[in-house]
Design a protein around this ligand. Structure first.
Ligand SMILES: NC(=O)C1=CN([C@@H]2O[C@H](COP(=O)(O)OP(=O)(O)OC[C@H]3O[C@@H](n4cnc5c(N)ncnc54)[C@H](O)[C@@H]3O)[C@@H](O)[C@H]2O)C=CC1
Ligand SMILES: CC(C)CC(=O)C(=O)O
Ligand SMILES: [Mg+2]
Length: 372
């Protein structure tokens, strides 16, 4: 298979972690005889500096012409610390999601057996956690009308949803639940927000056509507590844009580091893969950022195109780095391994699935994920 992949490194640690994902895809090319055509383009703060806007036209064009986008991260303190800034790196990512129609952001949250002591939560609480968040990505408060009065003393952001926007992601989430533990939890704030009441109504109606799925509802404030008290109760979580953003960072505490969590953003025609973390500017250029979230995002890209053996090989190599302790300092204080070394180790361990089977006699189950 030949795939055109747009690489958008972005800002901060984005370029460093994305480079490790590319190394792994190059190892997949060599090992499995696949062909990837990589083309790179600026986005975020670097694009504002170079081209005057966070999503230059040529970057958007490249993404539209590619089979998939592999994204690093965007964001820079010079904008975060300037409330008056007229243009912001984050607008580039939001515009890209909208333009590509990426309405569903899929964020798997898993505990890893060798990392149970990395979570501040009790081992018995996190052990066996395996849920996935379906976060609506192109609607809600991040995209609603923004207002600031002339005096600069009153501001508002509108949260709007249509039945259609809710329904298309709800169907994806119900279908995902069918292949999992058959439970779907809608997280909302329907006791207060009109938009959440529409979510409940639409999702309950759609649930009638998925009778095998147990549907329940949870208010987001309670959910924020339940995710760290009893994460194993969840299977598929469906939620709106901002709630999904917040609870997924919270969920990363279960796995031991946000530097492990990958995501896929999908729509009717396009797909983008990115870590859930941001540009972690404090770590830029220090070779300490965990590249695994980016590498596992590349594995999700492979899965998206049905390259299951290839994705499995990447995840297996990630597993090996975790088991052997070849990890960045977020997972092992004073670790001697940096972003690049971890990336090299994982890339070198992407081996042909048949060889691995013969060497280790392992019972390989391609349908079962290790980290993602
Ligand atoms: N998708 C994106 O590109 C996103 C961009 N951002 C932007 O990123 C910038 C920084 O935002 P923050 O709130 O500090 O979030 P962040 O996710 O960049 O960092 C928060 C904390 O998470 C940890 N962390 C993040 N990535 C890591 C990695 N790969 N390895 C190890 N530890 C890691 C670090 O402890 C860091 O202090 C802002 O400008 C923000 O707007 C934030 C979230 C998502
Ligand atoms: C920076 C935001 C636009 C995005 C974000 O925090 C996320 O998608 O997790
Ligand atoms: Mg976020």
């Amino acid at each position: 298979m030949s795939l055109k992949i747009a690489l958008l490194p972005g800002d901060g640690i984005g370029p460093e972690v994305l480079a490790q994902a590319v190394k792994c895809l190059e190892a997949v090319e060599e090992t499995f005889n696949q062909h990837f055509i990589f083309k790179e383009a600026p986005v975020g703060a670097i694009a504002i500096d170079k081209k005057g806007k966070p999503l230059p036209d040529a970057t958007l064009k490249l993404c539209k012409e590619s089979d998939a986008v592999l994204f690093g991260a965007i964001g820079d303190p010079k904008y975060d610390n300037d409330p008056e800034a007229k243009v912001r790196p984050e607008q580039g990512l939001l515009q890209l999601r909208k333009e590509l129609g990426l309405f569903a952001n899929i964020r798997p949250i898993l505990s890893h057996p060798t990392l149970l002591d990395k979570s501040p939560l009790k081992k018995k609480v996190v052990n066996g956690t395996d849920f996935v968040i379906y976060r609506e990505l192109t609607g809600g408060i991040y995209f609603g009308e923004k207002k600031l009065n002339e005096e600069g003393t009153k501001a508002s952001d509108l949260c709007e949803y249509t039945e259609e926007e809710i329904s298309r992601i709800a169907h994806l989430a119900f279908k995902a639940a069918k292949g999992r533990k058959k439970k779907l939890t809608l997280i909302d704030k329907a006791n207060v927000l009109e938009s959440s009441r529409l979510w409940r109504k639409v999702v309950a109606k759609i649930g009638e056509s998925y009778p095998e799925i147990t549907l329940d509802f949870m208010f987001v404030d309670n959910a924020a507590m339940q995710i760290i008290l009893n994460p194993k109760q969840f299977d598929v979580i469906l939620t709106e844009n901002m709630f999904g953003d917040i609870i997924s960072d919270e969920g990363s505490v279960i796995g031991g580091s946000i530097g492990l969590l990958a995501s896929a953003s999908v729509g009717e025609e396009n797909a983008l893969f990115e870590p859930i973390h941001g540009s972690y500017p404090q770590a830029k250029g220090k070779d300490i950022a965990n590249p695994i979230a980016s590498i596992l995002s590349a594995a999700m890209l492979l899965e998206h195109f049905g390259l299951m053996e290839e994705a499995w090989a990447v995840k297996k190599a990630v597993d090996k780095s975790l088991k052997k302790g070849i990890v960045t300092p977020d997972l092992k204080a004073n670790s001697q391994y940096g972003t690049n070394q971890v990336g090299d180790f994982i890339a070198h361990n992407i081996v042909d699935i048949e060889d691995d089977f013969l060497m280790n006699g392992e019972n390989i189950d391609l349908g079962k994920s290790t980290i993602i």
